[in-house]
Design a protein around this ligand. Structure first.
Ligand SMILES: Cc1cc2nc3c(=O)[nH]c(=O)nc-3n(C[C@H](O)[C@H](O)[C@H](O)COP(=O)(O)OP(=O)(O)OC[C@H]3O[C@@H](n4cnc5c(N)ncnc54)[C@H](O)[C@@H]3O)c2cc1C
Length: 450
């Protein structure tokens, strides 16, 4: 699209904001990124775990993450990608099982052959569905119960749904499980067989640094430590962005990439209906412990848990990443997904540590208190939007009623799980519409000339 040069403000320096900035700069646009935190990356950000800089939240790359792999190639990081065959565990009724291939699945004791057949059928059937829209109107529980049967639903699905969604599974649509199965199915090369996961040497910290360097080379201005407070039209066709120090900046176009609840507060001139739509999006947040242990606890990357535990899964990162990166320790992540209004979200680190540690010690008898080297908790209040019934029909528009103001965030992912590849795909899909909207505005307003 032949686009006149404009000055674009991107609010949010997570993967979405940075990728949009890169795409706009490649189209010859002038771009400024405004990020509230001192560091870029958002949910893909990093911190020190022991002596190593690594992801705050566990991240892996799938072979099927085509857009992300293309970006890594652009950033000259494709030769830094490592692929590892992984195994999946299942912790149920106090026992840990491997569920990494068809044979192990068939030997899985908690389910009868009929139950296993129905579970296998549900997964296979879901992997073949292409019309996800029809699933949006079906409650998740109803759909799973019908396909898998009561026993499998209660023994497998229900504990897993509770673990991932709390009680919110009750008003979630069948698309939730469909998107999850689709992604995991793609991760396996063939059927219920091997799983390959990848990571870049140095983790997401390396990816974000390379992305930043690429943006700077393209002339993108990056402002970190700049929390945006308000975004208003200036009355002359431009968009006024005010930060927490009451400093103002003017842009021809602004794309806000922060979660909808924050966006609605920031953009006061949205219509009542737009604000309502943003505020009605229900987000789940996460508390996620990064734990360095002297020893490994299992051969599994992910261990799904159907028993009652304070965390909702176990991710042993060092079953993918070389332990040498962590001074031969094991890095284990313990996430718990919950709404940020849940009091546990606000618990002090030592309270979470006590609860999580005791539970882990109970689950793995080979583990002792002395094995814990590091225990630190990361929190994110708005991680993913719950796909409620008729979700896509309730979404707010991307180009808003405020001229020049666009709001695009992960809530606009309607037929995929939350992951970086989907985030980049969302940007690729929606940017042409945003550019068209901006171009249409040229008829009524003269952009600034540089
Ligand atoms: C526990 C966990 C595990 C995950 N695992 C994987 C995985 O294995 N593989 C995978 O591909 N993906 C994974 N993801 C998802 C991945 O991290 C996200 O898809 C991606 O990072 C989302 O990027 P984003 O830019 O849309 O959002 P965010 O990262 O949330 O970016 C939004 C940015 O806006 C900034 N911001 C907020 N308010 C303001 C303000 N007022 N002013 C300016 N800036 C503001 C924030 O600081 C943030 O940097 C995981 C996420 C979590 C939480």
């Amino acid at each position: 699209m032949n686009q006149q040069m404009k000055h674009w403000g991107i609010v949010g320096g997570g993967m979405l904001g940075l990728y949009l900035a890169m795409s706009l700069a490649e189209k010859g646009q002038r771009v400024t990124v405004l990020e509230s935190k001192e560091a870029l990356g958002g949910l893909a950000g990093n911190w020190e775990i022991g002596n190593t800089t690594w992801d705050k939240f566990y991240h892996v790359i799938l072979l099927s993450d085509v857009r992300l792999r293309k970006l890594l190639k652009t950033l000259n990081l494709d030769d830094q990608l490592n692929w590892v065959e992984t195994k999946t565990g299942f912790y149920t009724e106090g026992q840990l099982y491997s569920m990494s291939d068809t044979l192990e699945f068939l030997q899985f004791p908690p389910l009868s052959y009929i139950d296993k057949l129905r579970l296998g059928f549900t997964i296979f059937y879901a992997s073949r569905i292409t019309n996800w829209k029809a699933l949006e109107n079906i409650p998740l529980t109803e759909w799973l119960m019908k396909l898998s049967g009561k026993n499998t639903f209660e023994k497998i699905w229900l504990p897993l749904l509770r673990a991932k969604l709390g009680d919110h599974y009750k008003h979630t649509s069948a698309t939730f499980i469909w998107t999850t199965i689709q992604r995991m199915y793609k991760a396996r090369r063939t059927g219920l067989k091997k799983e390959m996961f990848g990571y870049v040497n140095g983790g997401y910290s390396r990816i974000i640094s390379a992305l930043k360097e690429n943006l700077v080379n393209k002339g993108v201005e990056i402002k970190t430590g700049h929390p945006v407070k308000h975004i208003n039209p200036n009355g002359e066709g431009m968009v006024k962005v005010t930060d927490d120090q009451n400093q103002t900046r003017f842009f021809d176009e602004v794309i806000v990439t922060v979660p909808s609840s924050i966006a609605a507060e920031m953009c006061q001139n949205l219509s009542v209906e737009e604000k309502k739509r943003h505020l009605e999006i229900e987000y789940l947040g996460v508390i996620c412990a990064s734990v360095l242990l002297k020893k490994s606890i299992s051969p599994f990357y992910v261990t799904n848990i159907t028993d009652q535990t304070p965390f909702t899964g176990i991710i042993e990162m060092t079953n993918i990443v070389d332990k040498k990166s962590f001074q031969n320790n094991s890095l284990v992540y313990l996430p718990r997904y919950l709404k940020s209004s849940n009091p546990i979200y606000h618990w002090k680190q030592h309270q979470i540590e006590l609860l999580f540690k005791n539970s882990l010690l109970n689950m793995y008898p080979q583990l002792t208190s002395d094995d814990f080297q590091v225990f630190q908790v990361a929190r994110a209040p708005y991680v993913f939007a719950l796909p409620t019934i008729n979700y896509s029909g309730k979404l707010p528009p991307i180009s808003t009623s405020v001229p020049g103001l666009h709001i695009l965030n992960s809530a606009h992912i309607v037929n995929g799980t939350l992951n970086v590849n989907e985030t980049l795909a969302l940007a690729d899909k929606k940017l042409p519409g945003i550019l068209q909207n901006a171009k249409n505005r040229e008829l009524t307003y003269e952009p600034t000339i540089y």
